[in-house]
Write a protein that binds this ligand. Sequence first.
Ligand code: THU
Length: 149
Amino acid sequence: MITQELQEKLISLSKQALEKSYSPYSKFAVAAAVLTEKGDIFTGCNIENISYGLSICGERAAIFKMISEKGPQEKIKAIAITTKPDIPCTPCGACRQVIQEFSLPDTLVIFKSDQDFVAMTTGQILPGAFTEFTALDQDGTSKRIQKGV
Ligand code: THU
């Protein structure tokens, strides 16, 4: 868990990152500020593409910046999401799965719900997440693949 003050700082940094958004098609800017377990902060914004499907969400831009700048061991302590226009908005399903990949049990996802910002754990916004599967080799042997291993 993190202090209210830190949550507000993340919201404020996320709002600043909205100004970087490249969203000429939807005209909907989305940005995120990620606080890592070690205390670093990374921001990201949505970056659209004329082929639409190649667009990247603000949350994933911030998380990919965290990993590409700091490395694969990094974990998200909290992520705050803001939008322009400033309306209630929860992270999309794809971003929930990517947040989950780098989450801790108490990772907080902060977003605007109705009037106010709320903070929920990754488990609350993505219950029953896909985190493991059994891979079958050609020789018939199987092995368990788990998130991050
Ligand atoms: N978008 C995000 O950046 N994050 C989300 O969680 C939801 C949607 C972006 C994608 C697109 O650029 C715009 O919002 C409209 O869907």
